[in-house]
Design a protein around this ligand. Structure first.
Ligand code: GDP
Ligand code: MN
Length: 403
């Protein structure tokens, strides 16, 4: 589950990670108040106004209605209101949002942390994630902060460092020191960085996150280390352990069909193809998508209906799949192990009748307990539903339906 920058910073600072201070607001008047309340420790009198959307690249992104960037420095408190008005309520398009962009419902008013001092501020990149190949956690970091990390990986891969952490042992102090050293730090900044890395790793583990990305991590001109940006992806499967994080979900940022499917307990992920899939079991659903790809078509979705494929559930699934106007055929692929195929077939027929006319061809492949009876129910229903028992047969019928 993705969350907003301001929420991510809240989680981080709860674990002792130092972050750029700020306050989230939903209107311009509150923004001015927020700026007044942010005691100006840095002395520049400037503030940063940051659009809160579930996508990065905001600094270089454009608000369609006003031409403003998604992250803007307001040079003085009297500029805060005007700056906020250029962002809030607008549609922000960045490299990560797609051309449709995302509506900005909230902005973060943050202190300006790039103040002048004894040394230049320096930006770094840091992320924490799991390396599936080694089964270890990994801190990925780079001296090239503030830039798109994919570009750094492509053009200057030698500037990206990786530190693997055995989850049973946890982060060792020498590893935190190695990170600070490789980032070229010394003195106070070195010490601050080791503390930052240790707190960040602890936060990652304790919050059951699947990814942290802090870009940039800033070394201020007086050698503090701060998270200026924060992208946190929480593990949705661990949310039952963190009720307070579950409340951070912002459904307005998610695909509306996926939200609706989630509410009725269907495991649905929208994709870009045109063959809708209704399958029981995640593994079979993946195999079904592979088969569609092998035929040269693209799946329109992943959908695992789970164990109970009765008429009500099948209907819910059909309705979700058909919300997508790209769907040109639906392949139902159910293996009857515990569920009986004839009951599923009856469910398909009942759901179909209940929904009235469905304008795309439906191919139903039922295999397992009572598969023959199931095929009979489909074939004798008089509906425009094609049945199959073998997967190959089903595939051929999909092909037929689409050509
Ligand atoms: P992103 O573009 O979505 O990744 O948003 P970021 O939070 O990373 O902000 C974009 C850029 O704004 C950063 O890389 C910084 O260069 C700049 N920025 C962020 N905070 C401040 C600040 O306090 N002062 C100044 N001068 N620039 C800032
Ligand atoms: Mn960033």
């Amino acid at each position: 589950m993705n969350i907003h920058e301001y929420q991510a910073k809240g989680i981080l600072s709860g674990f002792g990670v130092t972050v750029q201070r700020g306050k989230v607001v939903e209107n311009a008047a509150d923004a001015v108040k927020a700026a007044q309340e942010l005691t100006d420790e840095t002395g520049t009198g400037w503030y940063v106004v940051k659009a809160q959307i579930h996508a990065g690249g905001r600094g270089k992104g454009t608000v369609q209605e006003t031409g403003s960037r998604g992250v803007v420095l307001a040079k003085g408190i009297d500029k805060v209101e005007e700056t906020v008005k250029g962002i809030l309520g607008g549609t922000l398009v960045t490299l990560q949002t797609g051309e449709k962009g995302k509506k900005v419902n909230k902005v973060l008013i943050a202190e300006d942390v790039y103040y002048p001092g004894d040394s230049e501020p320096e930006e770094f990149y840091m992320s924490v994630l799991m390396n599936r190949a080694t089964g270890k956690n990994m801190i990925m970091y780079s001296t090239e902060g503030g830039m798109d990390i994919e570009t750094v990986a492509e053009e200057t891969p030698h500037l990206i460092f990786k530190e693997e952490i055995d989850p049973a042992l946890g982060l060792q102090p020498f590893q935190a020191r190695k990170v600070a050293f490789n980032l070229g730090l010394s003195g106070q900044a070195f010490k601050e960085m080791t503390k930052f890395v240790a707190a960040l790793y602890q936060a990652y583990v304790s919050s059951d996150s699947s990814m942290f990305e802090i870009n940039p991590v800033l070394k201020t001109s007086d050698d503090k280390i701060l998270a200026v940006d924060a992208k946190v992806t929480l593990d949705g499967n661990a949310l039952y352990r963190h009720k307070d994080y579950a409340e951070m979900r912002d459904e307005s940022e998610e695909d509306p069909t996926e939200v609706e499917a989630g509410k009725v307990g269907l495991n649905y992920v929208k994709l870009d193809g045109n063959v809708g899939c209704m399958v029981n079991g995640a593994g079979l659903a993946m195999a079904t998508m592979d088969m569609i790809k092998l035929l040269g078509f693209e799946p329109a979705n992943f959908l695992d209906v789970g164990g109970t494929a009765d008429a009500k559930r099948v209907e819910q699934a059909f309705r979700i799949i058909l919300k997508d106007p790209n769907v040109k055929a639906i392949l139902v692929n159910i293996f009857g192990g515990i569920v009986r195929c004839d009951r599923v077939a009856q469910g398909v027929v009942d759901a179909y009748k209940n929904m009235g006319e469905i304008n795309v061809p439906i191919i139903v492949r039922l295999q397992g307990t009572n598969a023959e009876e199931a095929k009979k129910i489909i074939d004798e229903s008089g509906l425009k539903v094609m049945s199959a028992i073998a997967l190959k047969e089903a595939a051929e019928k999909v092909q037929e339906a689409l050509s």
